[in-house]
Write a protein that binds this ligand. Structure first.
Ligand code: 3UK
Length: 519
């Protein structure tokens, strides 16, 4: 299909309002683990109320609303209500800490922060410290002022603000190699492009589907999986607002009987281990999807043996919005990311930017109509990533074989993916160095027994005599306290010195290549 957009186009109309005109008003759009069932009619009305509430708070066209919101119906209301009112929603990772939120508040210059009360302990100190800070700060629910209270007072009708397919629509923060996240600016057309080309034409999402994603809505991956794909075809999304564990995801699958299940490799590995004890009924699922990091072939095979289900691995990114190279139900090539999704082109280039022949590795560039226009407030990173002619530099090294399958070779820089989420070595090192016993630290990604990457720390102590399990435990605690929960190092090695270049830059590739010491 070639997608065409009307000159006046607000993307909230095809994703939300269209379903009322097409007779789906009474169909359930969202189910939750609290037993809520939201119809398409209620979804449209609540989105209107949310948009009106933001307007009544004085938030103007093009202004940003930062969302630290768990997976719940209000996420949909706020996101779509903002877009319909011409306001730019910015969903952010809800696992972050106050210092991360402070950066995003200041960087985005947002006009409002809306947060699930569960995250108040990290969001409120960030608001108190931020400069500039937004005037509007609202918990989603609560005793006093809240988004829900404002929505109850707002009107239920809202005319979509006239926009165009290439106008700015929403942002997603993506982590960078310096550790500072970058706001990727997405346009109105982008969610249509991913939903149609990957959702419908590659994965085969259809109206009868029930979609459940263990990956949360604040990731571009989860946002597509459990919000835009089901809404594009008039299907049903299932939301879980807790921590995804093997137990909780199996429970959700048994209770809500989804037809499509989306996970990340780390979780599939944990679920496989849990299958030794549990025997969940997964019979509703027709296909599983994996993204975020490469899916080890062993996990694919063991999952197939234990459940009979196929996991489709595909690579996507925040900047591309969703998956652009993927395996398909009738076309799986194990150990590869699959082939191009329709609507996307790829080039694999060498250092000089020249295309390399099939079978040779190089940096993957992709082009398609869902890629972010730019990073907010960051012309340098924009120039490095959003290249001339509409090409997006993925930062990944790939080989394309003669048949068009793409083989993943690793990141072109030192960033690592842990449980599908970006993890900057610099940030973990910085936290380690805050500890009084630590002189220097270097963090690299190391595959564990499941072949999934986890942070590994190499540490030079001020006093080498302090090395030992007691200090190791203390450093772990120190990291868990100051970092998002998935970022603590799984191994800590004490060494006399770190490998460095003449200019003093740590050579992480040398550490990655080192065998692991015994302790
Ligand atoms: C890596 C993969 C190998 C790769 C994402 C699906 O992960 C997503 O977005 P992020 O911005 O990270 C992008 C980077 O992650 N990666 C993702 N998937 C794979 N590497 N095999 C894979 N299957 O380095 C890429 O550049 O967090 C995934 C949909 C939307 C997304 N945003």
């Amino acid at each position: 299909t070639v997608l065409r957009f009307a000159p006046v186009f607000n993307v909230a109309v095809p994703f939300i309002d269209r379903h009322l005109a097409e007779g789906r008003a009474d169909k359930v759009a969202i189910r939750t683990n609290h037993g809520e069932a939201v119809t398409y009619r209620e979804l449209a009305e609540q989105a209107n109320r949310a948009g009106n509430a933001l307007r009544a708070l004085g938030i103007g066209r093009g202004e940003r609303v930062l969302m630290m919101v768990k997976d719940c119906p209000e996420f949909f209301y706020l996101f779509w209500g903002a877009i319909k009112a011409g306001i730019v929603p910015v969903p952010v990772n809800t696992l972050l800490r106050a210092k991360d939120y402070r950066f995003m508040i200041e960087d985005s210059g947002c006009a409002a922060v809306v947060y699930s009360p569960e995250f108040a302990a990290e969001v409120e100190p960030a608001l108190a410290a931020a400069d500039p800070a937004p005037a509007v700060r609202l918990p989603v629910t609560g005793e006093g002022d809240s988004l829900r209270a404002r929505m109850a007072e707002a009107g239920a009708e809202l005319e979509a603000v006239p926009a165009s397919a290439t106008d700015d629509c929403f942002w997603l923060y993506s982590s960078g190699s310096t550790g500072n996240p970058k706001g990727a600016i997405h346009r109105h057309r982008d969610m249509v492009v991913t939903s149609q080309y990957y959702g419908v034409e590659t994965l085969g999402v259809r109206e009868e589907d029930v979609c459940f994603s263990a990956a949360k809505l604040f990731f571009a991956y989860g946002l597509g999986n459990a919000m835009t794909f089901p809404l594009w075809v008039g299907a049903t999304a299932v939301l879980y607002d807790g921590r995804p564990t093997p137990q909780s995801t199996f429970e959700m699958i048994q209770r809500f009987r989804p037809t499509i299940y989306y996970g990340v490799p780390t979780l599939y590995a944990a679920q496989l281990a849990a299958l030794d004890e549990l025997a969940p009924d997964l019979s509703s699922v027709r296909v599983c999807v994996s993204a975020g990091e490469a899916l080890p072939p062993e996990i694919f095979q063991r999952w197939k043996e234990r459940t009979g289900l196929t996991i489709l691995d595909g690579i996507g990114s925040t900047e591309a919005l969703h998956i652009f190279i993927s395996n398909r139900i009738d076309d799986v090539r194990l150990g590869t990311s699959g082939r191009l999704v329709p609507g996307y082109e790829a080039r694999i280039v060498d250092e000089a930017g020249n295309e390399v022949p099939p079978g040779e590795s190089g940096r993957l560039l992709i082009r398609g109509d869902s890629t972010a226009r730019a990073y907010w407030n960051n012309p340098e990173k924009t120039a490095q990533t959003m290249l001339e002619g509409g090409w997006l530099n993925t930062g990944d090294t790939y080989v394309r074989d003669e048949e068009g399958y793409f083989h993943y070779c690793g990141r072109s820089d030192d960033m690592m993916k842990v449980g599908g989420i970006w993890c900057s070595p610099f940030e973990i090192e910085a936290r380690l160095i805050e500890h009084p016993a630590v002189l220097e630290a270097a963090v690299v990604g190391r595959p564990d027994e499941q072949n999934l990457v986890k942070p590994e720390a190499w540490i030079v102590l001020k006093d080498p005599a302090q090395a030992g399990d007691a200090l190791r435990a203390e450093l772990l605690e120190h990291c868990k306290k100051g970092l998002a929960p998935y970022k603590y190092p799984r191994w800590i090695h004490f060494v006399d010195e770190l490998p460095k270049t003449a200019t003093g830059k740590i050579q992480r590739f040398k550490l990655r290549a080192r065998p692991q010491p015994q302790s």
